[in-house]
Each structure stands twice: as C-alpha cells, then as structure tokens.
Design a protein around this ligand. Structure first.
Ligand SMILES: *[C@@H]1O[C@H](CO)[C@@H](O)[C@H](O)[C@H]1NC(C)=O
Ligand SMILES: *[C@@H]1O[C@H](CO)[C@@H](O)[C@H](O)[C@H]1NC(C)=O
Ligand SMILES: *[C@@H]1O[C@H](CO)[C@@H](O)[C@H](O)[C@H]1NC(C)=O
Ligand SMILES: *[C@@H]1O[C@H](CO)[C@@H](O)[C@H](O)[C@H]1NC(C)=O
Ligand SMILES: *[C@@H]1O[C@H](CO)[C@@H](O)[C@H](O)[C@H]1NC(C)=O
Ligand SMILES: *[C@@H]1O[C@H](CO)[C@@H](O)[C@H](O)[C@H]1NC(C)=O
Ligand SMILES: *[C@@H]1O[C@H](CO)[C@@H](O)[C@H](O)[C@H]1NC(C)=O
Ligand SMILES: *[C@@H]1O[C@H](CO)[C@@H](O)[C@H](O)[C@H]1NC(C)=O
Ligand SMILES: *[C@@H]1O[C@H](CO)[C@@H](O)[C@H](O)[C@H]1NC(C)=O
Ligand SMILES: *[C@@H]1O[C@H](CO)[C@@H](O)[C@H](O)[C@H]1NC(C)=O
Ligand SMILES: *[C@@H]1O[C@H](CO)[C@@H](O)[C@H](O)[C@H]1NC(C)=O
Ligand SMILES: *[C@@H]1O[C@H](CO)[C@@H](O)[C@H](O)[C@H]1NC(C)=O
Length: 837
C-alpha cells in the first residue's frame, strides 16, 4: 500500500503565490526611509551570525540597511521597534532548502518583540548565552514557535520571564531531559495554546509543593506523540476549566482515564488514541456537552459503550446503566451529543451491542471508527441513519455475511474500510454503484464474489485484495485529482488482460495483481504509468517479453511466476530507484545484460524513508515471507528458475547493498568474482543449479551477515575458503560440486587444494561504495514524487514511520484516511500548521 499523496502541483502554486506576495511586500518597503532601531539591528545581527543560510533565504538581511525591511522582520509603525520576527519556513517550501545552524536566543532581548516564529527550519543548536538574567524589560512576547527544528533542550527555565506568552509551540524539539516541563509551563499564566508534540516528554511529574497545575487560560493542549510512560495523574484534567482541545495521542500513557475529565466541560476535541489506556470509560465522557471529536481508538479500554454514546432515550436501556449516570441529566446529555461529529473508539476491547439506537441522536456524525472491536452489530435492514458519514471504519468487525445495507444510504462516503469483516453477500446493483464512487475503498480479506468487469472504479485507493472476484478486472477511471493512486486486486481470481482503461491512469503509484489468473501481454501499459513505484504482477499467466519503459520511480518490480520470455532488458538495470527485482520462475533466456549497472538504490545506504507501500511475498533465505510493505532495507534480486545463460556480469556483484541475491536454476557459467566480498549486506545468496565454475573466492568469508548460502549443483572446484562464515554452512550448501573440497565437505587432497592468495579487494569496493553514496542526494530528489508529501508534513511523516516500525496496518489505514480528511481541510486548526493551505 502506498500512502503517498502527491500534492506537488498545488504546492507549487502556493509557493509561487507566496513568493509573489513576498515580493510585493518587499517593494513597498523599499520606498520607506530607514527606520530601524540601532539596538534592535545589533541584536538581529548577532542572531544572524548563528544562522547558516546556505540557501540565501536571509540575503536581504545584509543588503537592506533598514532592518525593518529585512525578510521576516516587522517593526511597529510608530515606535519603529522590532515587534515581530517570522522566519517560519513554509511547509510547502522545498524541505531540503532550510536554514540551519544556531538559534541565538539573544533574539529575546529585543525589547518589543511580541512574535517570534522560527519553526520548520533545521536549526540544530540553540544558545542561551546571556539572556537568562539579562532581560530587564517586561517581556512582550505573546507568540513563540520554535517547532520542527532539530533542537534539543535541557531545560525550559528560560521561559519564565515571558509571562505574557499566549501561544507556545515547541513541537518536535527533543525535551526528554526536561524533567520539570510541567512546572516550566505552569509559570506562564496567560497561555492559551501549548503544543509539545513529538517532544519525547517522559513524565507528568510536578513538584509536590504545587497542588496541581493552574493553567487557567489554556484552551489548546497538544502533548501527542511523547513517551510519558505513566498514568494520567488525577489532577490532570484540573489544568483548566476552559480547555477545548486536548490531544494526548500516542504518548504511551497507561492506566485508567481519570474521572476528573468531567471538569473539562468545554472540551470539543479529545484525542487519546494509541495509548495504553485501560479500564472502562469514565461516565464523564458522555457528559461532556460540547464534545465534537472523540478519539479513544487503539487503547485497551473495555466494557460496553458509555451511556451517553450508546444510550437510547429509552427507559429500558437507561435502566441497564443507571448506576453510571444520574437520571436527571441524561436527556440533556444525549441532546448535546448531537454535536459529536467524530467518533473513533475502534481498536479497544469494548463489547456489547451496537444498534441503530446507539446513533439515533448523532445526526452530525461524519467520522465513525468502530474497527477491530467486539461489538455485536444489530441494525435493521431498512435503517436509514440520521447522519451522512464521510469516513467509516469497520474493519475487523463481524459484519457479514451480508453487506450492511445502511451503508448504501451514505451518499458522501469518502473512505470505507470493511476489510476482514466477513462479508460475502451484496446487493449487486447497490454495491456496484457504491464501490464505483468511493475514493478510498478497503474491502480486503472478505469473501466477495462476482464479476465486476463492467464497473468503472473512480477511487484513488482501491483495495479489493483477498476476495473471490472472478471475471475481468474492473475499469479504473483516469483520476482527475492528480493524487497518487493505489490499486490492490491481489489474491482474487481475476482473469483476462489488464483493461485498456488502465492506460490512462497517469498517477498510478502502486499496482498489485499478485496471484490472479490474468494473462496477455501487459507491458505496453507500463510506460504510461510514469509515477509507478510498485508493480507486482506475480503469480499470474502474463506472457510476452519485458521490453518496456518503466517509471523512474519504480522501486519494486515483481513479475514472478508468469510466462514472460525473451531477454532481460538492459534498461531494467538502470532503474535508479529499484530495490526489489523479482523475475523468478519465468521463461527468460539469453545472457544477462552487461552494462554499467545503475541500480542506485541497490548501492546506496538506505535512508530511513525509502519504502513503498504494497504487499509482497519476499522470497529469501529459502523461505517466503509476507510483507505489508516493501522496505528498501531489504534489497532483493531474484532471477531464479529461468533459462538465463552466459556469464554473470561482474557488475551484479557491485550492488553492495543487496540483501538477497538468487540466480539459482539457470544455466549461468563463469566464476564468482572476488568483488562479491564487497556485498557486505548479503544475507541470502543462492547460486545453485547453474554451471558456475572456478574457486569460491576467499573474499566470501567477509560476508558476515550471510545466513543462507547455496552453491550446490555447479562446477565449483578447489578448497572452500577457511573462515567461520563459510564453514558454518552445512554440506547441502556445497553439495553437487564434484571438485569442491574442504570443510564442511571432505578434506582436500593436496592436488585439489590450490590456494591462490585471493585477498579481497575491499579498497576498491569501499571506494565504489562511497562513490555511490555520493549519489544519494540526487537520488533523494528523484524519490520526491513518492515521498514528497511526507517530507512536507513532518508530523505525519513521524507518524508514518512509527507505523512502519510495526504498529500495524490499522494505524496506516487510519492515518491515511486522516490524511485524506486533513487534505479536505476538516482538521481543526490546531492539528498542525501544515494544514493551512
Ligand atoms: C552550512 O550548511 C551547509 C549545507 O547544509 C553545509 O554544507 C555547511 O557545512 C554548513 N556550514 C557551517 C559553517 O556549518
Ligand atoms: C501599520 O502598518 C500596517 C501596514 O504597513 C497596517 O496594516 C497597520 O494597520 C499599521 N498599524 C498601525 C498601528 O498604524
Ligand atoms: C548579562 O548578565 C550577565 C550577568 O548577570 C553579565 O555578565 C552580562 O554582561 C550581561 N550581558 C549583557 C549582554 O548585558
Ligand atoms: C490559578 O491562576 C489564576 C490566575 O493566575 C488565579 O486567579 C487562581 O487563583 C489560581 N487558582 C489556583 C487554584 O491556584
Ligand atoms: C519510552 O520510555 C521507556 C522508559 O522510560 C523506554 O524504555 C522506551 O524505550 C521509550 N520508548 C521510546 C519509543 O522512546
Ligand atoms: C479538581 O478540581 C475539582 C474542582 O475544580 C476539585 O474538586 C478536585 O478536588 C480537583 N482534583 C484534584 C485531584 O486536584
Ligand atoms: C446542552 O446544550 C445547550 C445548547 O448548547 C445548552 O444550553 C445546555 O446547557 C446544554 N446542556 C448541558 C447539560 O450541558
Ligand atoms: C476483553 O474483554 C473481555 C471481557 O469483556 C476479557 O475477557 C478479555 O480478556 C479482554 N481482552 C483483552 C485483550 O484485554
Ligand atoms: C482475514 O480476516 C480474518 C477474519 O475474517 C482474519 O482472521 C485474518 O487474519 C485476516 N487475514 C489477513 C491477511 O488480514
Ligand atoms: C457487461 O456488459 C455487457 C454489455 O453491456 C453485458 O453483455 C455483460 O453481460 C455484462 N457483464 C456483467 C458481468 O454484468
Ligand atoms: C544513472 O542514473 C542517474 C540518475 O537516474 C542518471 O543521471 C545517469 O545518467 C544514469 N547513468 C547511466 C550510465 O545510465
Ligand atoms: C580431515 O583432516 C583432519 C586433520 O587435518 C582430520 O582430523 C580429519 O579426520 C579429516 N577428515 C576426514 C573426513 O578425512
């Protein structure tokens, strides 16, 4: 699955717009007299010295005499003193062109500074040389944003003079050493908004002399994505009565939700997802009259739904849980729940019945996530909900065998996830028109059947994999949005060839057709898919040659187990992004291309972010592994079980980052070059069942990560080089080479033994490796089309990687769907500066 949403075009437009605006401002300022205060100018100049402005973003800071005209600087019209410094890098700007270096906090000595925004750069040092005790004036600072730099801070005591701060954003700054962060912010009585997301905060400890925090003005608090590793203290929700936005997502918070939550009567947005919260929900949640966004998903909460959400204004039902709510306020609570538009409680251990009554009051509901839960769903067949959802997540729930008919009434669905929900029966007409229009459709792993070849699917993400669809593939319409588009129809019984309509889908980034009964010659389509990063056509009956032009972004190419014939085109070895190439079990013949191999990705060290969504079967170490995504850490070349002949080009052994190399079951001849010793990441090497000859090079003993080696059934001779590595494999790795000797095979006779001082050419290899490493930067730019938007939206990028680190598929889908709603500008303003625009 590919998450990536290519937004370059609008971004470029925005960029152009902002540049034009910027130039306008500049030219107005040009005509003004110099009015900059000398003292301010001096402070700014000191600040400027710390910055490494390698991209000239601050070029005006030296050429303009008037510091009030410097980029980002604003002065007061009357006093002419500097009041504002805004060097925030637009998130839509090229993220590789940032200011770096030091933030000298002497900048806070600007007497009249009220607004300071240095966010979204790559400053990596912050210095507080003298400012701590030297601020004699009362601070005017009300807005401070240093978020999303590469900073680390040991303490936040420097904040205390700035008691007029209303907006404080330090997200993305590593604060794990700041043990008293709560006290530090507690010194800021005027604070309205506090964002400390991605700060690596690790405690909720306050000095025992403070009874509880008193941030009495606070309206917005974002502590998401930290590593608190403790319970929410009982006083936590006593922070302030006025809080409207609270985000504690993914912060490693344990324990129960304190009932003091009820103190937050103005709360509109409550996000507690992806923590370790347990126990049942406090009654309080149903008594929060203004709540609009409630996300408790992916915790360990249990019990049945709290009254306010699940209750009917129906006396029997109320009685069941009357111990939880006092009778008098229930009707009004329910009345007020009608403001709820976002309800996400999936991924817990809730149980009980969900029926149409549960939702009878929720007419504004827009997002509903009950995925991965144990609820029993009881909806009447003719239920028409009071809401029109845009996003519905019901995966891993037990819905089947019938497709829930109420979903057909939802006319504005943007995303629907019914994966693994046991559905086999649909109303063909209604189902057809539903799936034709939904942009983000996840119906994986059900038992859906039928022929959908006459449909034209309009979605950008189409996951129909692991069902029993038969007949031809559906058409897909050319998508007008210009966003990335993923189709996964793997593990079905689709037959016939790829429909012609697919050709026009220019933004296809992931195509997964693995394990169907598709046939014909695909390949003239491929050159039209210029954004393609992942192509998996394996386990089908495709035929013809593979002479086609492929997208420069292609990272994964799997043609395994088809009927492809002819030679391997040279071009395949010039795909600079390719890191997974699986052509095994075809009828490919001829010799492998001899050329300068330009598989840049196979020789570069992997950046953390090069991976591609799309499930695949990874064949390595003699086994098959199911992967949820293709991680470029696992670089693979598998050409096994074809009719390849001739010598193995030595260039293949220069792909120093490859982890799996399988050339077995071909008719290859020649020797293993000693350069193989440079393939230091090799974990699985299979050259068996060829006609390879000569000695096994000594340098192979350098392959310290090698776990599986198969050189059997060739014509290797001489002695197996000594080295723990090669002796560690058992006989079967070497068997079938009559002239090979030495442990673990039989002892060599003196004739057989013929040691030629084969010292590994590590020097050459490492030179070559570093050469290729140098290509990394250019490569990164090439990868832009695939990873671009993730760079732009840093917070999402973090979240995304956390997913990749193994949180699970569900998070991904949720994320992806969230990203989608994000894009539709429905996220609350404080969800991230990156949403603006
Ligand atoms: C300034 O930044 C550039 C690019 O990031 C880097 O190559 C250079 O070494 C930096 N210079 C200093 C003095 O840090
Ligand atoms: C200062 O000037 C800006 C435009 O240059 C204007 O928008 C703003 O209203 C002025 N403020 C005062 C207090 O005059
Ligand atoms: C700041 O204060 C320290 C000690 O209080 C003093 O040594 C230093 O000179 C002061 N710096 C400035 C710039 O005033
Ligand atoms: C909290 O702070 C406000 C304003 O600073 C003050 O008026 C109030 O008394 C404080 N409350 C407590 C319980 O400390
Ligand atoms: C979170 O903190 C705990 C202990 O404080 C530590 O063991 C763990 O590695 C941390 N997790 C992350 C993701 O930093
Ligand atoms: C929280 O505040 C409420 C009233 O505002 C008070 O009754 C309660 O004792 C406080 N809880 C804690 C743990 O301080
Ligand atoms: C419910 O909402 C209405 C209007 O927003 C408000 O007047 C009423 O006080 C609320 N009821 C409760 C119990 O908060
Ligand atoms: C889920 O809740 C049930 C009781 O409702 C309990 O038996 C079960 O152990 C819980 N599962 C987990 C994983 O906590
Ligand atoms: C498919 O769904 C079933 C339940 O319907 C589940 O047990 C299984 O793990 C799912 N398989 C995959 C690959 O998601
Ligand atoms: C598809 O459409 C054609 C022509 O309209 C029709 O003959 C055929 O039966 C349809 N196939 C399916 C599976 O509905
Ligand atoms: C290798 O790939 C890079 C980047 O795609 C390209 O600039 C270069 O021309 C290629 N070299 C050859 C020999 O094809
Ligand atoms: C191989 O040679 C070693 C000594 O070099 C000897 O101990 C061992 O018994 C021999 N093994 C065989 C199978 O001949």
């Amino acid at each position: 699955m590919m998450t990536i949403i290519t937004t370059q075009i609008p971004l470029l437009l925005l960029l152009l717009l902002s540049l034009t605006t910027f130039h306008k401002c500049m030219s107005i300022n040009d005509h003004k007299l110099v009015r900059c205060n000398e003292k301010d100018k001096e402070t700014l100049s000191i600040f400027r010295k710390g910055i490494n402005d390698s991209f000239g973003l601050l070029s005006t800071w030296s050429t303009e005499k008037d510091c009030c005209a410097w980029k980002g600087v604003s002065c007061d019209n009357i006093t002419n003193r500097v009041t504002k410094l805004d060097l925030k890098l637009s998130p839509y700007f090229d993220p590789f062109r940032t200011s770096t270096g030091e933030i000298n906090m002497c900048i806070l000595e600007l007497e009249f500074l009220s607004y300071l925004d240095l966010s979204d750069n790559d400053f990596d040092v912050i210095s507080f040389t003298t400012i701590q005790h030297n601020i004699t004036h009362a601070s005017n600072l009300f807005y401070l944003d240093l978020s999303d730099n590469d900073l680390q801070m040991d303490n936040l005591d420097w904040l205390s003079p700035h008691s007029s701060l209303k907006y404080l954003y330090l997200s993305g700054i590593d604060l794990h050493k700041v043990t008293n962060w709560l006290q530090a912010v507690n010194t800021l009585p005027s604070l309205l908004e506090l964002q400390l997301s991605y700060c690596n905060l690790n405690n909720f400890i306050i000095n025992p002399s403070i009874e509880y925090l008193n941030l009495s003005s606070l309206l917005t608090l974002d502590l998401s994505v930290n590593n608190i590793t403790s319970q929410l203290p009982n006083w936590f929700f006593n922070l302030t009565k006025d809080l409207t936005y609270l985000n504690l997502r993914d912060s490693n918070i344990h324990g129960e939700i304190p009932s003091s939550l009820l103190n937050l009567q103005n709360l509109r947005y409550l996000e507690l997802s992806y923590n370790q919260l347990q126990g049942s929900l406090p009654d309080g949640i149903s008594q929060l009259p203004n709540i609009q966004h409630l996300d408790l998903s992916y915790n360990k909460l249990q019990g049945s739904l709290p009254d306010g959400i699940s209750q009917l204004p129906n006396i029997q039902h109320l009685d069941l849980n009357s111990n939880m709510l006092s009778g008098s306020n229930i009707p009004s609570t329910l009345e007020n729940l009608s403001s709820l538009n976002y309800l996400s409680i999936g991924g817990n251990n809730f149980s009980g019945e969900i029926s149409e009554n549960t939702f009878s009051k929720l007419s504004n509901l827009d997002w509903l996530d009950l995925a991965s839960s144990n609820f029993v769903f009881q909806f009447n067949l003719d239920w028409v909900p009071p809401f029109q959802l845009s996003d519905l997540l019901l995966s891993n729930t037990n819905q089947g065998p019938n497709f829930p008919s109420w979903i057909y009434t939802q006319k504005s669905l943007q995303s629907l996830d019914l994966s693994s929900s046991g559905i086999s029966l649909v109303d063909t007409n209604k189902f057809s028109s539903l799936i034709e229009r939904i942009p983000y459709l996840f119906l994986s792993n059900n038992s859906l059947t039928g022929d959908i070849s006459n449909l034209t699917l309009k979605g950008d993400m189409l996951y129909l994999n692991r069902n029993n669809f038969t007949g031809g593939l559906p058409n897909i319409s050319p998508n007008a949005g210009g966003y990335a588009r993923d189709v996964d129809f793997s593990y079905n019984s689709f037959s016939g060839s790829i429909p012609h309509s697919w050709k026009n889908s220019k933004y296809l980034t992931t195509i997964n057709l693995w394990n169907n009964k598709l046939s014909g010659a695909v390949l003239e389509h491929v050159s039209d898919w210029t954004q393609l990063g992942f192509l998996n056509l394996g386990e089908n009956e495709f035929s013809g040659t593979i002479r086609f032009k492929m997208s420069q972004y292609l990272s994964v190419l799997i043609l395994r187990a088809n009927q492809f014939e002819g030679t391997i085109p040279t071009q395949l070895f010039n795909q600079s992004s390719l890191f997974h190439l699986d052509l095994a079990h075809n009828k490919l013949s001829g010799s492998m291309p001899k050329c300068i191999y330009n598989l840049t990705e196979m020789v570069t060290l992997t950046r953390e972010d090069s991976f591609v969504y799309g499930t695949l079967e990874l064949f390595t170490k003699g086994q098959e592994y199911y992967m949820e995504y293709a991680d470029s850490i696992r670089k693979t070349i598998d050409l096994s079980a074809n009719n390849l002949s001739g010598e193995v080009p030595s260039e293949l052994f220069h792909l120093v980052q490859a982890q799996t190399l399988n050339l077995s079951h071909n008719n290859l001849i020649g020797k293993i070059p000693k350069t193989i010793g440079g393939m230091k990441n090799l974990e699985s090497l299979d050259l068996s069942n060829n006609k390879l000859s000569g000695e096994i090079p000594q340098s192979m003993a350098l392959l310290t990560f090698l776990e599986v080696l198969n050189l059997s059934c060739n014509n290797f001779d001489g002695k197996i080089p000594i080295g723990t590595q090669l002796q560690g494999f058992n006989v079967s790795s070497y068997i079938g080479n009559p002239n090979l000797c030495g442990a673990p095979l039989n002892n060599c006779t003196t004739e057989e033994e013929n040691p030629k001082n084969a010292t590994p050419s590590t020097d050459n290899d490492s030179i070559r490796e570093s050469l290729y490493l140098g290509m990394g930067v250019g490569f990164a730019a090439g990868f832009w089309g695939i990873c671009g938007s993730l760079f732009l939206i840093r917070k999402w990028r973090h979240a995304y990687f956390r997913f990749v680190d193994g949180v699970g598929d569900k998070l991904y889908v949720t994320l992806m769907v969230k990203l989608n709603s994000f894009r539709r500008n429905r996220a609350p303003a404080n969800e991230g500066d990156s949403s603006s625009g």
